[in-house]
Ligand binder design. Structure first.
Ligand SMILES: Cc1ncc(COP(=O)(O)O)c(C=O)c1O
Length: 259
């Protein structure tokens, strides 16, 4: 029998019975029913290390705040995170009271009108941005469409959007679609990550990048856009959909013109 971790009890239904962390001196509940080692020294050593790291993880409690199907280790979510347990109840309450009862008055009585900025300010703290510089609106693709159209119109003399070949596919589709839609000879130029800086010539209106590659996890050097952007003129947009909040000051790399 291999190593495995079994829940000694299912605590998903109860209010907030978080497993006790060994940081506070007790064994976490997930480790109580640990199964036998495999007999393969390297695997067993690795498992021992992994379990020790898990046990010392200050975020161990955070896992219990999210609803995930049993047995799922959710690493590939792109921008769709796991469902926080509190969300279902809160959504039901907001729909029933703010929409159902408050109706159109909720724009004022529940301050819906300021929600894009209020939520934006909370996100700003996570991504290292200054207050009142982040807004929450629409979807990633819709926002990208709006910002591309606006920027290309602000720079009528430049016709090229530069992006990276491995960028998230919908970003490239939006950029290509905008170039065609405007009908003014715009073009999307996709280059290798190593060729980005060299591609930023005087004809480039926009540099569109995703900081973290959604497939490989590789992190791009975002300074490349700002360096060239300041010197040679293209607006640079950094996509943070796949970034981790731990990357310091990541929101500060947006193009200077539209920040
Ligand atoms: C880099 C990137 N661009 C675009 C999208 C698409 O987002 P949306 O469905 O909100 O338009 C995602 C979603 O994961 C993404 O990670």
């Amino acid at each position: 029998m291999g190593w495995g971790v079994q829940r000694a009890q299912d605590h998903r239904g109860s209010p907030h019975p978080l497993p006790t962390s060994p940081v506070e001196g007790e064994v976490p509940i997930e480790l109580v029913a640990l199964l036998a080692p495999t007999g393969h020294p390297a695997i067993d050593r690795a498992m021992t290390d992994i379990i020790a790291l898990d046990a010392a993880d200050p975020f161990a409690r955070t896992r219990t705040l999210f609803d995930l199907p049993d047995g799922v280790i959710y690493l590939d979510g792109n921008s769709l995170g796991a469902l926080p347990r509190a969300v279902k109840g809160r959504m039901a309450e907001v729909v029933a009271t703010q929409w159902g009862e408050g109706l159109i008055r909720s724009w004022n009585t529940h301050d819906w009108i300021d929600l894009p900025g209020r939520v934006g300010d909370r996100i700003a703290r996570l991504v290292g941005a200054a207050p009142q510089t982040v807004m929450v609106a629409d979807s990633t693709s819709v926002n990208l469409f709006k910002v591309l159209v606006t920027t290309l119109r602000l720079r009528p003399g430049r016709k090229v959007i530069v992006s990276e070949q491995g960028n998230f596919p919908t970003d490239a589709y939006i950029a290509a679609g905008v170039a065609e839609l405007l009908g003014q000879g715009h073009e999307l130029r996709l280059v290798q990550a190593s060729e980005i800086e060299a591609a930023l010539g005087d004809d480039v209106a926009v540099l569109l990048l995703t900081e973290v590659n959604y497939r490989t996890g590789a992190k791009l050097d975002m300074a490349v856009g700002s360096r060239r952007g300041n010197r040679r003129g293209p607006s640079s947009f950094t996509h943070l959909a796949t970034s981790q909040p731990s990357f310091e000051g990541m929101a500060a790399v947006a193009g200077p013109e539209l920040r």
